[in-house]
Design a protein around this ligand. Structure first.
Ligand code: ADP
Ligand code: MG
Length: 583
């Protein structure tokens, strides 16, 4: 007896309709979801030309009998939903019975399937809107779907596909997200014969999170776990120093689905609020599990959004769990006030990392300060003969909380600068000036630096080597997801090359994908500037502070850093006097 049934018309009309197939990644998503629903332990994905020429998904799941194989490509035919009551508690990834029909109608489609123990496999072929052909075939147990020449009959839609590398990148991302929330299933993805993703069934969640969010976060990931009422939250998040320039690396999963949910992303941002400067975003994979009937998955055609019966409760659960995981972590100690003076003296000799007001003995350079003094810009001996600008004329009083440069300005005003924002502004303006109409000049590294990129970026970056050169990088693929960096932008030669490169690469791929690469030049430069700028809690010597101030005089000064944060605040003496009751 066939398991698949056509949904009655009344029920069809209750299903969120819309475009299921937008690009190769949507095909990959629907086919992999079917494999997971079929109980597969291994899912294999093969792409050719980014999936525009071929998407192949094979599994070792339950397979289909001949009658089901034939029904599977009919619209609204599904084995996963029986009646309207079923819609309120959907336990499978699919339920609408329209994906195979939709995919088959816009491609050259072949499905070959054999349930375990069956003597033969069934093969169903369709070309676009033509009639299906069904035949017996020899094939291993499980199901294999081949989708060739997507949109072959609709050139207008085919035209909207991006370059193969971009489409491949999206497919990789789709598989990594499914792999993350289905650790029981092993995934393998090849793109034009190259192996891009391999995960064994049952591989630890941390591994899969690192695969999706970048190798470099693996060791520092903090585990999350919390239960509030009926909402369970698990997953991993990265410490605040692994922040990103946008919120794209906050991944949200609900009951085994990757979803876009602004509110839940906000819940994560809120938990990090006091730990990250404005304009920086956390890295996290949040898995929310709650009773099926408390979440409606039937709201988005591609099932990318869900609706909660009690959104507030889910928001609170996520925010609380993330905040709790971050609380005992060691980075909070960094923000703690410096030790009392007696303790300080003992530390000084061995490791001069303590900042203090006064800086009378300026000139000590902390070993933890990651860059040459010269990058701050003051060529030694050049500022005194020229007229002194506003910043150079400030008298530096010291560094506050390792983060702010406190100075005395004209008329006794208290001037407070955010050291990161200020340095970022300087680097940004210099980069912008240098980039105007030409490529950034680069500086070769003594030894190439190797960096592991996210699979999606590594895949999509291959076609963008020319753009890298415009930003001063010389780099090439180094096997797997690694790239080898031979040269970096000369203006940022002091920065650690790997993370700087990774952040630019992510940005390039993202913006080009959104068709905005040209307009995004400033965003990309801001990202690089932010990355290469001194951080809060980087100790700065007196010379370095002064170099920073004179560099600020040397740029076309805007009061805000590229991320919109004020660089400097001035408190007139009169205001202070009012506060202490002198006026
Ligand atoms: P849905 O997943 O919403 O039911 P689809 O069009 O994706 O709709 O699939 C139709 C039906 O075909 C499914 O309900 C399932 O019974 C069957 N099917 C699809 N893919 C597979 C697979 N890989 N293994 C076994 N059965 C499958
Ligand atoms: Mg499906």
């Amino acid at each position: 007896m066939a398991l698949i049934r056509r949904l009655p018309d009344g029920l069809v009309s209750q299903i969120a309709a819309g475009e299921v197939v937008e690009r190769p990644a949507s095909v990959v998503k629907e086919l992999c979801e079917n494999s997971i629903d079929a109980g597969a332990a291994h899912v294999q994905v093969e792409l050719s030309a980014g999936g525009t020429r071929l998407v192949l998904v094979g599994d070792d799941g339950a397979g289909m009998e001949p009658e089901d194989a034939r029904l599977s490509i009919e619209r609204h035919a599904t084995s996963k939903l029986a009646d309207a009551a079923g819609l309120s508690a959907i336990a499978t990834l699919g339920f609408r019975g329209e994906a195979l029909a939709a995919i088959a109608s816009v491609s050259r489609f072949t499905l070959t399937t054999r349930p375990p123990g069956a003597l033969a496999a069934t093969r169903v072929r369709v070309e676009g809107t033509g009639d299906p052909r069904v035949e017996e075939a020899g094939a291993p147990e499980g199901t294999r779907v081949e989708v060739a020449d997507l949109f072959f009959a609709t050139p207008a839609r085919r035209k909207f596909l991006k370059r193969a590398a971009t489409e491949a990148g999206h497919c990789v991302e789709t598989v990594l997200r499914l792999a993350l929330c289905h650790p029981e299933v092993g995934f393998a993805l090849t793109s034009d014969g190259r192996r891009v993703v391999t995960t064994a069934p049952g591989a630890p969640l941390r591994e899969r999170v690192a695969l999706a969010l970048g190798r470099e976060v693996h060791d520092s990931l903090v585990e999350l776990s919390g239960l509030s009422g009926r909402v369970q939250v698990t997953g991993y998040c990265a410490p605040p120093d692994q922040s990103r320039p946008n919120g794209r690396d906050v991944l949200i999963f609900v009951n085994g689905r990757a979803v876009r949910d602004r509110a839940l992303a906000q819940a994560v941002f809120r938990a990090y609020a006091s730990l990250l400067p404005p304009g920086r975003f956390p890295v996290a994979a949040i898995l929310v599990a709650l009773p099926l009937e408390e979440v409606d998955v039937n709201v988005h055609p591609q099932k990318l959004e869900v609706r909660f019966a009690d959104p507030r409760a889910v928001f609170e659960a996520v925010s609380r769990t993330v905040a709790q995981a971050l609380r005992p972590a060691p980075w909070l100690a960094k923000a703690a006030p410096p030790p009392p003076p007696s303790a300080r003296r003992e530390v000084r000799g061995a490791a001069p990392v303590v900042r203090e007001a006064g800086l009378a003995d300026g000139g000590w350079l902390s070993p933890s300060f990651p860059m040459e003094r010269s990058h701050l810009g003051a060529s030694p001996g050049a500022p005194p003969s020229e007229p002194r600008g506003y910043f150079s004329s400030l008298r530096v009083l010291g560094q506050l909380a390792g983060t702010y440069v406190v100075c005395e300005g004209g008329g006794g005003a208290l001037v407070v600068l955010d050291q990161h924002a200020a340095h970022e502004r300087v680097l940004f303006e210099r980069l912008r000036e240098a980039r105007r109409g030409k490529a950034l000049s680069s500086q070769r590294l003594l030894l190439p630096a190797v960096v592991e990129l996210s699979p999606r970026t590594a895949e999509a970056l291959g076609a963008r080597r020319d753009r890298l050169a415009e930003f001063g990088f010389e780099a090439e693929p180094f096997g797997g997801q690694s790239w080898s960096i031979a040269a970096v932008p000369a203006l940022l030669a002091h920065a650690v090359p790997g993370p700087l490169f990774a952040e630019l690469a992510d940005g390039l791929v993202h913006f080009e994908d959104a068709g905005a690469a040209e307009d995004a030049v400033n965003d990309l430069l801001a990202t690089m500037a932010c990355h290469a700028a001194v951080r809060a809690h980087d100790p700065l010597s007196a010379d370095e502070l002064r170099a920073l101030l004179s560099a600020l005089d040397g740029i076309d000064f805007k009061v805000r850093c590229p991320h919109g944060r004020p660089v400097v605040t001035e408190i007139p003496l009169a205001d202070l006097e009012r506060r202490v009751g002198r006026r």
